[in-house]
Design a protein around this ligand. Structure first.
Ligand code: KG4
Ligand code: ZN
Length: 381
């Protein structure tokens, strides 16, 4: 089945075309036919974080050009006819998304109707103004092309993202550590039909902590890549921190996390220095990354012992972090019955391929398409 994926939950506008095959009983495989993505990070960098109204405007501006690109890259089969639709009805669906109805009309009148079996769109969690743009775009497309639309959970997208790589299969039980800008969760799945969150952060998510510490160090948004670059420089130069940062809740014995104290500890640490030199920045970045990694790996090991999974997944934007990936890979080597899966870097951070993949799992589970979807900023996994 060919699925069109749409993702607008934060500051990435993304459209994918994914061919999904297989069932729970056989192997599930995905072929990525197209992946069009526009990252707004440069625009938000000025504000030091994502500015929702701006994200909304940018999504509305970029969805149609990205759709055009994705469809042309995917060289999808088309039906040689133009859609016949009620423009007023579509205008109503898109009334809050400035300029989107006009650009979409121009496109669908120009191209033949693609053969797509399902449209999948992120319904949450994320920034609601941003989510709405993708949702309304998906509903409008579903109406124009008469295709079924499926609301999809963004974190389920991260969870299933490793399935998109060739030769990966889930062996159950699955344990997943999902680490992104808004979430830090340990998830256990016994089978395809469900999963439960066994632990999560009580305050900041790991990615958020990276972003906040980056700001304290005067580094640009998004902070993860910037902090990890400095940490790497410190390791390469053998620059050992002359201080230590706390490992919040590392030894709490449960699966809960807390990262806001770590950011505060960095704030107080920096206050002790009159001069914030580049080497001090590198040392702080290294110690911060070590502290985060230490907590994540310790909790993961605790969960590996408790749930004896046959697959361990590290996913979400922070899984792009080389140091954390390596640390997880190393810990898993101690558990020969558990395979380690982590998405490729381009599938770690937000994308629409994982949304199509998660929708396929929902469809196999019997999900029904809908013509009304509500953005849910706090949608749980
Ligand atoms: O999953 P994602 O792209 O968006 C959300 O769903 O939130 O994750 C974004 C987060 C940001 O906080 C960003 O700083 C972090 O992932 N991130 C990283 C790295 N690349 C992205 N954190 C640490 N190291 C990285 N290399
Ligand atoms: Zn994400």
């Amino acid at each position: 089945m060919v699925i069109l994926g749409i993702e607008t939950s934060c500051d990435e506008t993304a459209i994918s075309v994914v061919e999904a095959t297989g069932t729970f009983e056989e192997k599930i495989s995905f072929i990525v036919r197209a992946q069009a993505l526009y990252s707004q990070v440069k625009i938000h960098a000025e504000y030091g974080g994502v500015f929702p109204a701006l994200a909304k405007r940018e999504h509305a501006k970029n969805l149609t050009p990205l759709l055009e690109k994705a469809l042309s890259d995917a060289s999808i089969t088309t039906v040689k006819e133009k859609p016949n639709f009620d423009e007023e009805k579509i205008k109503k669906i898109l009334e809050r998304e400035s300029g989107l109805a006009e650009s979409l009309f121009a496109l669908v009148k120009k191209i033949d109707t693609p053969k797509i079996d399902a449209i999948a769109v992120t319904a949450g969690p994320g920034l609601e103004p941003a989510l709405w743009v993708g949702i309304n775009f998906a509903l409008a497309l579903g109406e124009i092309w008469q295709m079924p639309v499926y609301p999809t959970n963004h974190m389920a997208g991260h969870l299933f993202s490793p399935l998109v790589m060739s030769d990966t299969a889930f062996q159950f039980p699955v344990l997943a550590l999902l680490v992104s800008g808004g979430h830090t969760e340990l998830v256990v799945a016994e089978n395809w039909r469900g999963h439960k969150v066994v632990g999560q952060t009580r305050d900041d998510a790991v990615g958020e902590a990276f972003d906040k510490v980056a700001r304290l160090l005067g580094l640009p948004y998004p902070g993860g890549p910037a902090v990890s670059r400095l940490a790497k420089e410190a390791r390469q130069a053998n620059l050992t921190p002359e201080f230590s940062l706390p490992r919040p809740m590392r030894d709490s014995g449960d699966f809960a996390f807390s990262f806001s104290g770590l950011k505060t500890a960095v704030l107080y640490l920096l206050k002790k220095f009159d001069d914030i030199t580049d080497d001090l920045r590198r040392q702080v970045a290294r110690e911060f990354e070590d502290a985060v990694t230490d907590v994540l790996v310790t909790k993961t090991e605790h969960a590996l012992r408790a749930y004896a999974p046959r697959t361990f997944i590290l996913a979400g934007g922070v899984s792009a972090n080389e140091h954390i990936r390596e640390a997880c890979k190393n810990v898993i080597q101690k558990y020969p019955d558990t395979q380690f899966l982590t998405p490729t870097i381009d599938l770690s951070t937000d994308n629409a391929v994982m949304i199509a993949a998660a929708a396929y799992i929902d469809i196999l589970n019997g999900a029904a398409p809908t013509t009304t979807i509500k953005a849910e900023g706090n949608l749980a996994l």
